[in-house]
Ligand binder design. Sequence first.
Ligand code: PMV
Length: 323
Amino acid sequence: MSRKAAKPKPRAKAEVPPGEITATGPGKVILLGEHAVVYGQPALAGALSWGVTARAVPARRCELVVPRDLPAPGRKLLERAFHRAAAAAGAPKVKVQLEGELPVSMGLGSSAAVGVACARVLLRAAGRRDDPRSVVRIALLMESEFHGTPSGVDHTTSATGELIAYRRRDGAELGSARVVRSPHPLKVLVALVGRRSGTREMVSALRHRIDRWPVRYGRLLEEIGTLASEGARAVEEGDLEALGDAMNVNQGLLCAMQLSSPAIEEMVQRLRHLGALGAKLTGAGGAGGAVVALFLEPEPLVARLRRAGLACFSSQLAGPAAL
Ligand code: PMV
């Protein structure tokens, strides 16, 4: 997996060896509600057309081919996480290889995508059901090795592969998710800026401020939750302008909670200036990361911005597919 955003190459059918099982875990963007979702507020998130593919071939034992470009501590962590998932899936005798072009550690849910791809391929190889709930349950086991206790929005979005309204449930292993349908194609442009801060650090810095000023931050978190609910309704009603406005207001609140940065703000302004209906950071935020912008037709702009050297891509999150 690389940091650059190049188009994924389709794999020729003839290359598939006999007995190979493949499964994918898409990346995600949170349109509304990151951070607040950790505290039980609703969020609106969609699966990207980019992700991670896991390929499993018959082997003498259950093992993972750890990507070579991963630094040593990450390799150990990934192996440990994989073996936890493998044990829960019934430890099928397969060798699993990962590939994908989803930018890593930029707020696009790459670790959830790895978890979902592994969980799905392991369940399939073990001849078990790979419905979204079973997949999320195993993918979250992997995630607990990486990040501690996430809200589950990344994993549920990846396992569902749809635009969803998600809510964490107190004390429950899995949150609730509802697919949000759009009468129109809902397309976004995702731009990558700078180097991102870690999710764990951003979540814990915010927790510290919430513990200190619970009433003030409680108001902001609740407002973000309201925006997420309003945004989901706007999508269903085909009102993309209202969705874009909710994204802009959400960005203001994330900035107020010190989760943004000059690099992110500059990109948000640039994309709004270029006609975005709404633009905001997506994911944990911090020094840099991914910015998501809502456009009716982002494709020509992606081509133009890429020529100008910006790492960006477009993805359709919901609505009827283009012919
Ligand atoms: O780890 P990221 O950047 O893809 O986003 C995580 C989203 C948060 O709401 C910040 C954390 C969570 O567990 O939901």
